[in-house]
Design a protein around this ligand. Structure first.
Ligand code: AMP
Length: 567
């Protein structure tokens, strides 16, 4: 019986299996290797997972959830229409879709999987991942650390000698560096460091900003959907710049055309600050593992954004050696997990351990950002202890009052990775008395101390009075009990997952709806007619006619989107 390997990612997930001596990716119902880790509830209450759900992110944001991996092991609830789900449940739906795809592809029941997790995941997050597997009807006896899976995919576990590796993982929204050591057949993660707010997305953002400056386009005057359209154009240009020396971005808006040609070299210059930010986690991981760059036996590239030539060049510069990146960086973790799964079924699984104990989430407080002396941006999250910091740890940050004659400060403590506190989890509130004064005149230190048992102590000292106030926050539960898992399993079973065979139709309809919302007047009517026609063919239930109509619609939509970039 096949055990599959699964990379349950923040942006995308995928499954792989081992056949004829090598691992291979399992395509999903749409024939894609990557399934976006996105879940949506449609009008009829059915759950859709993957690309059709990702298409609905901009058109139905209230009913669609993404990036829930960041909330694994927390009590955060995602509301999708009238349903409330935890991160485990949403992950379970992704896993269930992958399981069904694997069953269809391999023609057998799949009931067991090896799932990869970030090396910095703590016990709570690991248990939550196992619970997600159980909720999806998968036995998960083993989890594998993502960097270890990458090392296995490269066959590094077969080395006889003691070796040291660095895994450089730049995904869509996160950057992780891990240092692995292979010693007497055991792979140990000696250190992991990273930046939760650094990924391929940031590289696209700098291109968007520059595009706006170069063309005089006012981004803040555009609708959400128009910004989504620019996002797609810029994302395509970013990928093009990994292949060629230049790319062109053309955006048409209200009969104006905004056009910019960007050279790879200029992109590299613009991205310099992002590249610079990658140095810190690299240096920290090396320091924590007490390893010198020259001692590394291999550097492995993981994550789609490491395809950018500038990132490869940076890695070569940092380590003085050419990194290994010949295995598809989007698939390498799933492939490694599949090898581990095959080894497991022969009782030869590689033992994989994590050595450091780290603080699993970013901890911080709510602040207000003063944009230009006039506008205040509320609800921003100011991190104090970064996720991934080795514990015990104590950090202090200084804040000031906001208003004239302010007498109290209400300090809200949060955990999470989002820039906005509303997406994070509130851990507690403190009220602190401060002497009256001018706005910004009173300063206070906020010290966070996080210990090995997951207890957070918040201590606030008002600088002028030296008065102190403390708050203790006990480690948060965030784990489901066995009974709770059973109860939720039953509830999830009742939910209708959209059948695989109709997924293509749903995906194309979701895409057509997005394009309808993004377009105006004549084009909009045109798309509307296309949707109506396709829906009427669907009602006819003739599979041949449906396939034909789907192909036509897909071509028409391609033409519409291609036309946008040529307009
Ligand atoms: P992952 O989360 O590992 O799937 O990484 C996805 C990120 O990689 C996204 O930000 C993509 O834009 C980026 N990416 C994928 N392929 C390329 C490429 N050829 N050039 C630049 N960035 C890429």
């Amino acid at each position: 019986m096949t055990i599959v390997g699964i990379d349950l990612g923040t942006t995308n997930s995928l499954a792989a299996h081992y056949l004829d001596g090598k691992p291979d990716v399992i395509p999903n119902a749409l024939g894609d290797a990557l399934t976006p880790s996105v879940v949506t509830v449609d009008e009829s209450g059915e759950i859709l997972v993957g690309r059709p759900a990702a298409e609905r992110l901009s058109t139905h944001p209230q009913k669609t959830a993404a990036h829930f991996k960041r909330a694994m092991g927390t009590d955060r609830v995602f509301s999708l229409g009238e349903h409330d789900f935890r991160a485990e449940e949403l992950s379970a739906m992704v896993l269930r879709a992958l399981k069904e795809d694997a069953e269809a592809h391999l023609g057998e029941d799949i009931s067991e999987a090896v799932i990869s997790v970030p090396a910095y995941f703590n016990d709570t997050q690991r248990n939550a991942t196992k619970a997600a597997g159980e909720l999806a009807g998968l036995k998960v006896e083993r989890l594998i650390n993502e960097p270890t899976a990458a090392a296995i995919a490269y066959g590094l576990n077969q080395r006889d000698a003691e070796s040291k590796f660095l895994v450089f993982d730049l995904g869509g929204g996160t950057f992780d560096v891990s240092i692995l050591e292979l010693f007497e057949g055991i792979m140990e993660v000696h250190a992991s460091a990273g930046d939760t707010f650094l990924g391929g997305k940031d590289f696209a953002e700098i291109l968007i900003d520059r595009f706006a400056t170069e063309t005089g386009l006012k981004l803040n005057r555009l609708s959400e959907l128009e910004r989504g359209r620019i996002w797609n154009l810029v994302e395509a240009a970013k990928l093009e710049l990994s292949r060629s020396d230049l790319a062109e971005i053309v955006f048409s808006h209200k009969s104006n055309e905004f056009r910019w040609t960007v050279k790879r070299e200029e992109f590299g210059r613009l991205a310099e600050p992002l590249l610079e930010r990658m140095r810190t986690p690299v240096e920290r991981a090396l320091r924590d593992a007490e390893v010198r760059a020259a001692e590394l036996d291999a550097i492995l590239l993981v994550g789609g954004a490491t395809r950018m030539p500038m990132v490869r060049a940076l890695v070569a510069r940092l380590f003085g050696q050419i990194p290994s990146g010949h295995i598809d960086p989007d698939k390498v973790v799933a492939l490694g997990a599949a090898v581990q799964a095959a080894l497991k079924s022969r009782d030869k699984a590689l033992e994989d351990r994590v050595l450091t104990d780290v603080c699993p989430y970013t901890l911080g407080v709510e602040t207000v950002v003063d944009l230009d002396g006039k506008r205040l941006l509320q609800g921003r999250f100011a991190p104090i202890i970064d996720r991934n910091t080795v514990v015990p740890v104590s950090r202090v940050e200084t804040f000031s009052t906001m208003h004239k004659n302010q007498r109290q400060v209400q300090l809200e403590v949060y955990q999470g990775e989002s820039r906005m506190v509303q997406n994070n989890i509130k851990l507690g509130t403190m009220l602190i008395d401060v002497p009256r004064g001018k706005a910004g005149e009173q300063f206070f230190d906020v010290r966070f101390t996080y210990d090995i048992n997951g207890i957070l102590e918040v201590e606030v000292t008002v600088n002028s009075t030296k008065e102190k106030k403390r708050l203790i926050i006990e480690g948060n539960a965030g784990v489901l009990s066995k009974d709770e898992i059973n109860r939720r399993f039953k509830a999830l079973e009742k939910l209708k997952l959209h059948p695989r065979d109709n997924l293509e139709n749903r995906t194309i309809l979701a895409r057509a709806e997005r394009i309808y919302e993004e377009s105006l007047s004549d084009l909009r009517n045109h798309v509307s007619v296309m949707i109506d026609e396709f829906e009427s063919v669907l009602q006819g239930q003739n599979p041949k006619k449906i396939a034909h109509a789907r192909k036509n619609l897909s071509q028409l939509l391609d033409e519409v989107e291609a036309g946008w970039s040529e307009l």
